[in-house]
Write a protein that binds this ligand. Structure first.
Ligand code: ADP
Ligand code: MG
Length: 700
């Protein structure tokens, strides 16, 4: 069904000249399998390198190219990095450093007595100039003097995420080849909007965004395209839902009262308000589409339980979906406690149940012998049939998109009411882009009795003190998290899969010191191994959990009272807030230590100050957005922004209103996307993998 025009873009990357099976394999590790993937993976930054004749011409922090002669080499030993001493044309020394498992191999490329052009970021450390992991090391032509000009004065090159064996040059070459494969594509943006904003066409915008750090308009246009595709997709799903009304659910509220009576506490005013809003939605014949936003610990689960109680008493089934097995089991335990002794039959389904148990469960579900089914994505897979699904609750939603929504709708004769819960506080401007036009309820109040988390910023140089403190914490039988840094993607010397590598080596270091108490989780671990490690920590068999940001979502261990976040300056504010929310969940005072590197930028300092000053997730999210401005894309784009391939949060907040208006306008004029602009918009939907939305056009 995909228009033929797009075929070259949906071909395998090996169809690109210069991309063989080996390069393709490495691109695939970055999620780049089709030409269109390479095309839409914009540079995360640009590097400007200044050629200098001597180090004296450069300032620390600057990215330079300089000619040096290597005079000494020392391999890595213990914690000391591999190191080469070099001299520039004026005889000024420069230390060249390599860290990590590849250090000695990288050092071996430098020969004592050899002369090289070294490209990289100049740093100053204890009054000494140094360069860690140069981006490029090239031998000078034989006999060339050190003070000969290095050529091209100012080089600007795009920075893409790399992986082991994929060099900067191969990656840039793939981008160039993908751009050359771009067919002429008709315009989908309304002409008025295009002229008004001064945006280039799609192809020109892509070319500029890959090559030019100042291409603000081009990047805005592409961000708009992505947001526009998203709003169109939501619009198509909405239209389809309107064609098939849901069903009004109402009860006398007996189950809800029983659940409330079982609590040892009263709901907060915010919880009561959210429940009232949800019940009002469920009592109407259009399917509810509501987002429940509440900071970690704000008590979303109780709200979900009360909505499920209402659905069950109204005579339909409920489903409660969590993103991981572990979280699903936590929800199961909570519901079993809240519904104990009540006529509510709860089932559990993850990918793990097999054979007869699974068949029995499916039969019960189809027969209506289960009232509430808790589980993972397995809940909505093919072959799982409900007798009468009336309410679906989805926890931690950013992985739940248009396609899943459509699948969910197929589970019921009438579309079920949908409640989506998220702990990521989202500024209002962004909610529309992330979640489509959902109604929003907010839990802006915490259950009483929570202690604020003592948050401190500590220089990485004081690592030893932090370790001593951690040792005392563990010796007292307490639990803690250690979060490893996000790793800069750039640099051919960078370690493969840097973030995992950082976690693995940090865990090894901590194990050497604290032994069996240390457990490790990272994103590249197979699911079951990861969940086993988490389970050991939850059970208290492990006291220290070393992790990448995979713990960000949902892990709930009230006994953990200390979290150490390494290289905190590299994380987004909202992300730090989420991570910090892993502690402070029990009655005990908790501490969050933000380990920061030297030479923080003013913005970085401001962000860490903000985090210390407040623990209001919404205030933090708004501030985070304000601290990032539009403008030149030099330096690296913040890693870990969820949701979009191209649009940054800043762009989404700024551009979503126009994208939404344009999508609504188009759908109002041409609901079947048959006009020339409508046909162009279909292409756009495919480009951003919104095929499922296109399919709604062809189904009842
Ligand atoms: P989250 O919003 O992060 O999912 P949970 O639903 O897991 O939060 O609730 C966090 C903790 O707060 C749970 O232990 C829950 O029992 C407790 N809790 C929820 N609501 C209240 C309340 N109104 N008063 C006191 N404790 C509450
Ligand atoms: Mg929760």
């Amino acid at each position: 069904m995909r228009p033929e025009l797009l075929n070259p873009l949906f071909a395998d990357v090996t169809r690109l000249p210069g991309v063989g099976p080996r390069v393709a394999q490495r691109l695939a590790k970055l999620g780049l399998e089709r030409v269109v993937d390479v095309l839409l993976a914009l540079p995360t930054g640009f590097r400007r390198t200044r050629c200098v004749a001597t180090l004296a011409e450069a300032a620390p922090g600057e990215r330079i190219a300089v000619a040096v002669e290597v005079v000494q080499r020392r391999e890595a030993h213990g914690r000391a990095p591999a190191r080469a001493a070099a001299l520039d044309a004026a005889g000024q020394p420069l230390a060249i450093l390599f860290f990590g498992g590849q250090a000695n191999r990288l050092l071996a490329r430098l020969r004592v007595g050899g002369r090289y052009r070294i490209d990289g970021q100049l740093e100053s450390w204890n009054g000494m100039l140094q360069m860690a992991h140069p981006d490029q090391v090239a031998p000078l032509p034989p006999g060339a003097p050190l003070d000969a000009p290095l050529g091209d004065a100012d080089g600007v090159e795009p920075v893409y995420p790399l992986t082991e064996g994929l060099t900067r040059r191969m990656r840039a070459e793939a981008a160039r080849a993908a751009l050359a494969a771009l067919p002429p594509i008709p315009e989908w943006i309304a002409p008025g909007l295009l002229a008004d904003r001064g945006w280039p066409g799609f192809a020109a915008a892509l070319r500029a965004a890959h090559a030019n750090p100042g291409a603000v308009l081009a990047r805005d246009r592409l961000a708009h395209d992505e947001l526009f595709a998203g709003q169109l997709a939501w619009g198509l799903v909405r239209a389809r839902m309107r064609r098939r009304p849901s069903r009004a659910l109402r009860s006398a509220g007996r189950l809800r009262r029983e659940v409330l009576a079982r609590l040892g506490f009263a709901p907060t005013a915010a919880q009561e308000r959210a429940v009232a809003e949800i019940l009002a939605d469920m009592a109407r014949p259009e399917a509810m589409l509501r987002l429940l936003q509440g900071d970690v610990g704000s008590g979303k689960t109780l709200v979900a339980a009360l909505a499920l109680a209402e659905a069950v008493e109204a005579g339909v089934q409920g489903a409660f979906l969590a993103p991981t097995e572990l979280l699903a089991r936590q929800h199961l335990a909570t519901l079993e406690r809240l519904f104990a002794g009540l006529p509510v039959r709860i089932g559990f389904l993850s990918g793990r149940e097999k054979g007869r148990a699974r068949e029995a469960l499916r039969a019960d579900l189809a027969a209506g012998a289960i009232d509430v089914l808790v589980g993972t994505h397995a809940l909505f897979q093919e072959g799982v049939a409900y007798r009468d699904l009336g309410l679906a609750v989805i926890d931690e939603q950013h992985r739940f998109g248009v396609a899943q929504r459509l699948l969910l709708q197929r589970k019921a004769a009438q579309p079920p009411h949908l409640l989506v819960m998220t702990a990521t506080p989202i500024p209002r401007t962004l909610a529309l882009a992330r979640h489509g036009a959902m109604d929003v309820s907010v839990l802006d109040e915490r259950p009483p009795g929570r202690q604020p988390i003592d948050t401190r910023v500590i220089a990485m140089a004081r690592l030893e003190e932090v370790l001593a403190g951690l040792g005392r914490h563990l010796a007292a039988g307490r639990r803690a998290y250690w979060v490893c840094p996000l790793v800069d993607d750039g640099g051919e010397g960078a370690e493969p899969d840097g973030e995992q590598a950082a976690a693995v080596s940090r865990a090894a270091m901590l194990r050497a010191r604290f032994g069996e108490a240390v457990e490790l989780v990272h994103g590249r671990m197979p699911g079951p191994a990861r969940e086993a490690a988490l389970a050991r920590f939850v059970a208290g068999e492990a006291q220290l959990l070393v992790a990448t940001t995979v713990i960000e979502v949902g892990v709930d261990v009230p006994e953990a009272t200390l979290i150490v976040i390494e290289a905190a300056e590299r994380f987004g504010l909202a992300q730090l807030h989420q991570l910090r929310g892993r502690v402070g969940r029990g009655g005990e005072k908790s501490v969050c230590l933000l380990l920061a590197g030297a030479n923080l930028s003013e913005t970085a300092k401001e962000r860490l100050r903000m985090l210390r000053a407040t623990d209001d997730g919404f205030a933090i999210a708004e501030a985070d957005l304000k601290l990032r401005g539009p403008g030149e894309l030099l330096g690296t784009r913040q890693a870990g922004e969820p949701g979009f391939r191209i649009a940054t949060d800043e762009q989404a907040a700024r551009l979503i209103a126009a994208a939404d208006a344009d999508a609504r306008l188009l759908l109002a004029e041409d609901p079947a996307l048959r006009s020339p602009r409508g046909e162009a918009a279909r292409l756009l939907l495919y480009l951003f993998d919104r095929d499922s939305a296109v399919r709604t056009l062809h189904s009842g």
